[in-house]
Design a protein around this ligand. Sequence first.
Ligand code: ZN
Length: 61
Amino acid sequence: MVVKKADLTAIAACPDCGDLLAFTGKTKLFQRVVCPNCGAELEVVRTEPVELEWAYEDYDG
Ligand SMILES: [Zn+2]
């Protein structure tokens, strides 16, 4: 992971593979991220501390 420590705002573990995702900048609730390790689509479900869950596409019912 090539991220400068000073830029990090949060670190959270991928619920799928357990890899650590580093966040830079503002972390918002329900922000979508993709795990660079396993490619899982994740969503921020908590911000203090940051917690990730699988993001489900559920727009069309
Ligand atoms: Zn993962």
